[in-house]
Design a protein around this ligand. Structure first.
Ligand code: SF4
Length: 359
């Protein structure tokens, strides 16, 4: 029996009970993704690989943030369920292990919405509007009338993180501004009511920002991303049409790897001697961009091969994704309920004297 087959036979609820004692001793991580499509290489180097590495050291919660889809895809809710499944498959394929980590859907935890309401009163409008990432996203979205929910989504993200009282948040560089906002909210709550929340730290991936193949920010909607689920042929086509050093016309021209997209991918996915060799050959005009890209196709396809295989394996296991999510939702809710009990009590929102203990 292979390791994956053994994994599939695991009784997740039973395992959760067994793991409880161990979990209580560990610090927590919370991070996640919006279900707007499959995950790409930027997600991998920005956050996913850190999540996989830290699974043993921390108790991990990974939220699939469906409320956040509404910020700029309000009329495209039909496919959210399908994208949730894709993201869970991506998680499992890169090595996130549901035996160790909790994967859950944001809207299935009503306590997060309640926490968002409280937190939205603890931060000023000016502060929310100053968030540089939100400003950039609003500009890129080209939405004519931006909703209140769009500007305020980092507050909902703070509620995700603090609902499980997380200590660490592995994120891409663009999310650091949001974590700073979360830290401010945690401090404000602790100062005003009771010291319930850890002040979480952001953990940025080893490659702060991997550009898309057109040099712009890598994004599902811009069509410039390589997805973890892409076929080898799709990877080849995407890389071969990527933008490189614009000043380079002939293969013998001296190149500038520091301004080349493909070179950024060598740094992220190649080994150090290979990077050095490409850098020297490019600068001295000894390698053409076509050959350089062909080598990159091999590297990326080599990296994605086991991920594709694992993804296919899980995609064929009927009911497994559902089990992972049901178990994850239950576990995340259990923790969020504990947090909300503490929060309501600290804020005098439990009304025990008025309504009795259980109402
Ligand atoms: S040779 Fe490679 S590193 Fe140099 S510009 Fe072309 S693609 Fe970029």
């Amino acid at each position: 029996m292979t390791k994956d087959e053994r994994t599939l036979k695991i009784n997740l609820p039973l395992l959760n009970t067994r793991m409880k004692g161990k979990r209580d001793m560990k610090k927590r991580i919370l991070t996640g993704d919006r279900p707007t499509g499959p995950l790409h290489l930027g997600h991998y180097v920005g956050s996913l690989e850190n999540r996989v590495m830290l699974q043993d050291k921390y108790e991990c919660f990974f939220v699939i943030a469906d409320y956040q889809v509404l910020t700029d895809h309000l009329k495209e809710t039909k496919r959210i369920g399908e994208f949730i499944k894709e993201i869970v498959l991506d998680y499992l394929a890169v090595g996130i292990n549901p035996e160790k980590s909790t994967i859950f859907i944001q809207s299935k935890i009503p306590e997060i919405a309640e926490l968002t309401t409280y937190f939205s009163m603890m931060i000023s409008l000016a502060r929310v509007q100053r968030n540089p990432t939100v400003k950039e996203e609003i500009k890129a979205s080209e939405i004519s009338e931006v909703s209140y929910g769009f500007v305020g989504y980092p507050i909902s993200q703070a509620a995700d993180i603090l609902s499980v009282r997380a200590h660490l948040v592995p994120v891409g560089e663009d999310q650091v501004a949001h974590i700073e906002q979360t830290r401010e909210i945690a401090r404000t709550f602790n100062r005003l009511f009771a010291s319930i929340f850890p002040v979480p730290e952001a953990l940025v991936g080893r490659v702060a920002r991997l550009p898309g193949l057109d040099s712009q920010k890598m994004s599902k909607s811009r069509g410039n991303a390589i997805f973890l689920s892409d076929s080898s042929e799709s990877v080849r086509k995407k890389i071969m049409r990527a933008i490189t050093d614009p000043a380079r016309i002939h293969p013998t021209d001296k190149g500038h790897p520091d301004v080349c997209n493909i070179f950024r991918y060598y740094v992220a996915f190649g080994n150090p001697p290979e990077c050095e060799e490409i850098e020297t050959s490019c600068k001295s005009g000894k390698i053409g961009c076509v050959n350089c890209k062909k080598r990159m196709v091999e590297i990326i396809n080599g990296f994605l091969k086991p991920i594709r295989e694992k993804r296919n394996h899980y995609a064929n296991q009927s009911g497994f994704i559902k089990d992972v999510l049901i178990t994850g939702n239950r576990r995340a809710r259990e923790e969020a309920k504990k947090t909300l009990e503490l929060v309501r009590e600290a804020m005098h929102f439990d009304y025990k004297d008025l309504l009795g203990k259980d109402n």
